[in-house]
Design a protein around this ligand. Structure first.
Ligand SMILES: CC(C)(COP(=O)(O)OP(=O)(O)OC[C@H]1O[C@@H](n2cnc3c(N)ncnc32)[C@H](O)[C@@H]1OP(=O)(O)O)[C@@H](O)C(=O)NCCC(=O)NCCS
Length: 157
């Protein structure tokens, strides 16, 4: 039997689990070093959704928030393929929205690949609106494909 999953702030002890989720779940994953830095930085918060089993905790997904002078930025969010469409990303983001509000950030910003329909639906559902576009920002997903635009989205807090 397993207990209710919960969102927690992740410490550097979670580094290897975060790397595993990121490498399995992202087409262009963050490096191990980037993830280690985010887990240690005072001006970042990394949250994770834990599934608590009888013997061990496993990481279903994580998200990285950075504190900027007036705003906060969602820098990464990845959910393990086996845990998708169960509300994990929404719960992680709701937690980070609360953190950014606590920081008194004016807005929560993010960038998303234009073709990433699941992520766009997630962000729009939470009230993020498109504010701009960076042309050719993302590397192509296939060798013969073109680079892709990033949509810049924001949520007023
Ligand atoms: C995008 C991602 C984080 C969503 O995680 P998730 O835990 O499956 O999302 P949730 O279950 O919390 O979904 C919340 C809402 O987002 C939308 N959504 C999520 N996945 C979707 C999909 N595959 N198709 C359409 N809408 C989707 C829905 O509106 C959903 O609400 P609903 O289930 O009530 O309809 C996940 O697919 C992922 O890790 N993708 C790879 C990494 C990535 O692209 N990260 C974003 C980078 S900007």
């Amino acid at each position: 039997m397993s207990a209710m999953p919960q969102v927690v702030v992740l410490t550097p002890d979670w580094h290897d689990a975060v790397v595993s989720v990121e490498q399995a779940g992202q087409s262009h994953p963050w490096s191990e070093g980037q993830l280690a830095e985010a887990l240690m930085a005072d001006d970042h918060e990394v949250v994770g959704m834990l599934s608590l089993g009888d013997d061990a905790e496993s990481l279903a997904g994580f998200a990285v928030l950075a504190r900027l002078p007036f705003e906060a930025e969602l820098q990464a969010i990845t959910v393990a393929a086996s845990a998708r469409r169960q509300g994990v990303a929404r719960a992680l983001l709701e937690r980070l929205i609360a953190t950014a509000s606590h920081w008194r950030s004016e807005r929560l910003l993010l960038e998303v690949r234009e073709s990433n329909a699941p992520a766009l639906a997630l962000y729009r559902g939470l009230g993020f609106v498109e504010e701009g576009r960076r042309r050719g920002y993302y590397p192509a997903l296939a060798v013969s494909a073109p680079r892709e635009d990033a949509l810049l989205m924001a949520l007023a807090l």
